[in-house]
Every structure is written in structure tokens, then in C-alpha cells.
Design a protein around this ligand. Structure first.
Ligand code: SF4
Length: 347
């Protein structure tokens, strides 16, 4: 395991920390010239450099295959741009918007679906742009929920987050503030008492959705960070990406879901990997995803079952993609052992 005291942000730092061999430096530099790199001390400490297939390293250490773009891949795979009425806002569904506060993250995932838009120095919403975004939300009474996203909004200071949460909470029709983040797992020390306080708003519900892909990411420190949020009355759910070589086997996926539930985090989404550029080596087939979900349902508690979803390319939104246990004609249903049973039609 590697002891780092600050985030590793260049290929040289990754090589010097012995997370990747020096023979890979040129390949890492070629990738880093296009896509951002950051590995926090918490994540560096989890990587086993002696394992060439380490599932943590695989998520964060650049790979030469990231520069191989497939024809079906696209820079904006889930179609954010087409649904962005003002800077920083994505309004795709009637009752909720994304508010993208910042275009940087604590770590840069090699499979990131927004990899063309994020990185250090990409900035975030200026005060003027934030005011316009909040005006837009205030002018649309159908917006019930605001999802703070980015980038990772929890890299912001407690003061800035508190300001945004308070201004959202002042909008009467906004009832729910949801935060999408990797920070409690990849930089748990950032979940301070001040930050937890900043996320709470009187008479509004705040949810935190943790992005986590492998059970080893839920270290003792990460669990404590999540407990600080949950104990303060902030419910947590999870989202994970189905990733080849990281969690595409039932034992790992089941262990991830169980660990989340043990931390009082309800598994919410398992995303089929998006068509982001240079990420083909990450993607499973949907049929492989179905086999995993069926195995999960057969062997693990209902609390451990995420919804398997796909963001339809082009911005058409997220859809659950199965597996389906009911026959097309509605006459038979499959049990958790794969056996089919007749369901009698209504008389
Ligand atoms: S934390 Fe999210 S936005 Fe940031 S690199 Fe990872 S997947 Fe992309």
C-alpha cells in the first residue's frame, strides 16, 4: 500500500509514489495531456502496486486505452448540453434539475462520463452565473428537487456550500436538495462538522448520494465520514458504475451492496457504463449486467438490490434496463432461482 500525504496530480507523482512502474510514464503522460489525473491520499493508500489488476488502481491510474475512441462514443454521452437552459443547470426531467457548481473533483475516475468537461482549472459557476442559475430555479415552480453535481460539489468549502444550500432553501417550491459526490470515500477528512452543517437546511430534505464502486473504498475513515452525515439526519444512497475488472463479478458486487447497507446507505443505482470517449475497456454488455443482477437477487437481501439503469445516449434520460422477471404477455413470472411460474389472468 502507498502512503501519500497529498493528492497525486501528475504521472511523475504517480510513478514516484510507486503506484505505476516507470516504464509506463510515457503512456501515462500521453493520457494526462488529455484527461485530468488526481489520486487522493486515501485512495493511494488503498492501492496495492504489486497487483497488476488492483481494482482501485484500475479506477484512477491512467491507461493508454483511454486514447482509443470508438465510433459510438461521444464527448457528452448523456446529452447534458441539449438540456442546459442557463450555464450550470441541466433541466431534463420536469420536477428536478442538476446544478453543476464546479467542474473539478477530488479524484478523476478514468471512466468519467463528463471527462471532456472536468479537470483542474476548468473553474465552476461564477457568482453571476450562480445568480442566474438560482433565478432560473426560482422562476420554475415545477422544480421540486435540485441535484448538486459537477464535478464534485463537496470539494467546495463549507462556507460556499452553505451559501448555495441557504439560497436554494429560500426557494419555496424546492423541497429536496440532493448531493452527488465521491468525497466521503475518497477524501473522508473533508466531511467536517462545518460541512455537514452547511448541507442541512431547515424544513428541506438533504440527501447525499455516494459514488462508490468497490467494497474496499468503504474504509473505516470513509464509513465514519458517512456516519457523520447520516447521524446528522442526512439520508444516504449510493450509485455505482458497473465496471469490467472492478465489480463485474457477483461476489464483489454483492460485497459492495452489503457493505453499503451495513453503513446505512441504501444502494440506489447501478449504472451501465456510459459511452464516454476512451472507455470501451470498462464496459460490460447489458446481458452480462442482467446475469449479475439476477445472481444478486437470488443471493442477497432486498436491501442490497440497486436499480440497473442506462442513461440513453443523446439526453433522453435514465431508464431502468432490467432484468425483467415477468414474461412479455404477463402470464409467467420468474423466481429468484430462475424457475418460471404461471400467474393467473384476472377474471
Ligand atoms: S467523481 Fe464523478 S465527475 Fe468526478 S471524475 Fe469521478 S465520475 Fe467524473
Amino acid at each position: 500500500m502507498v502512503a501519500a500525504v497529498k493528492s497525486l496530480r501528475t504521472p511523475s507523482e504517480v510513478v514516484d509514489a510507486k503506484i505505476a512502474g516507470r516504464d509506463r510514464l510515457a503512456a501515462l503522460e500521453a493520457v494526462a495531456a488529455r484527461y485530468a489525473v488526481a489520486i487522493t491520499p486515501a485512495i493511494a493508500g488503498l492501492i496495492d502496486p504489486s497487483d497488476p489488476h488492483d481494482p482501485i488502481a484500475r479506477q484512477f491510474v491512467p491507461d493508454a486505452r483511454e486514447l482509443e475512441q470508438q465510433p459510438e462514443e461521444r464527448g457528452d454521452p448523456i446529452g447534458d448540453d441539449a438540456f442546459s437552459p442557463v450555464e450550470g443547470v441541466v433541466h431534463r426531467y420536469p420536477d428536478r434539475v442538476l446544478l453543476k457548481l464546479v467542474n473539478a473533483c477530488a479524484v478523476y475516475c478514468r471512466f468519467c462520463f463528463r471527462r471532456e468537461m472536468i479537470g483542474p482549472g476548468r473553474g465552476g459557476l461564477s457568482p453571476a452565473a450562480l445568480a442566474v442559475a438560482l433565478d432560473y430555479i426560482g422562476a420554475h415552480p415545477g422544480i421540486w428537487e435540485v441535484i448538486l453535481s459537477g464535478g464534485d460539489p463537496l470539494i467546495l468549502s463549507a462556507r460556499r456550500l452553505g451559501d448555495v444550500v441557504a439560497r436554494l432553501a429560500a426557494i419555496d417550491h424546492v423541497k429536496v436538495i440532493r448531493v452527488h459526490t465521491r468525497v466521503p470515500a475518497v477524501a473522508p477528512e473533508k466531511i467536517s462538522a462545518a460541512l455537514v452543517r452547511a448541507l442541512r437546511a431547515r424544513d428541506k430534505a438533504t440527501f447525499v448520494i455516494l459514488h462508490v464502486n468497490h467494497p474496499r473504498e468503504l474504509t473505516k475513515a470513509a464509513r465514519a465520514a458517512c456516519a457523520r452525515l447520516i447521524d446528522a439526519g442526512i439520508p444516504m444512497l449510493s450509485q455505482s458504475v458497473l465496471l469490467r475488472g472492478v465489480n463485474d463479478d457477483v461476489a464483489t458486487l454483492g460485497a459492495l451492496m452489503r457493505t453499503l447497507v451495513e453503513c446505512r446507505i441504501k444502494p440506489y443505482y447501478l449504472h451501465h457504463a456510459d459511452l464516454a470517449p476512451g472507455t470501451a475497456h470498462w464496459r460490460t454488455t447489458i446481458a452480462e449486467g442482467h446475469a449479475l443482477l439476477r445472481a444478486l437477487r437470488g443471493r442477497y437481501s432486498g436491501l442490497c438490490q440497486p436499480s440497473y439503469v442506462l442513461d440513453i445516449p443523446g439526453g433522453h434520460g435514465k431508464s431502468p434496463i432490467g432484468p425483467n422477471y415477468l414474461s412479455d404477455d404477463g402470464t409467467t413470472v420468474e423466481d429468484f432461482n430462475g424457475r418460471r411460474h404461471i400467474y393467473p389472468p384476472r377474471r
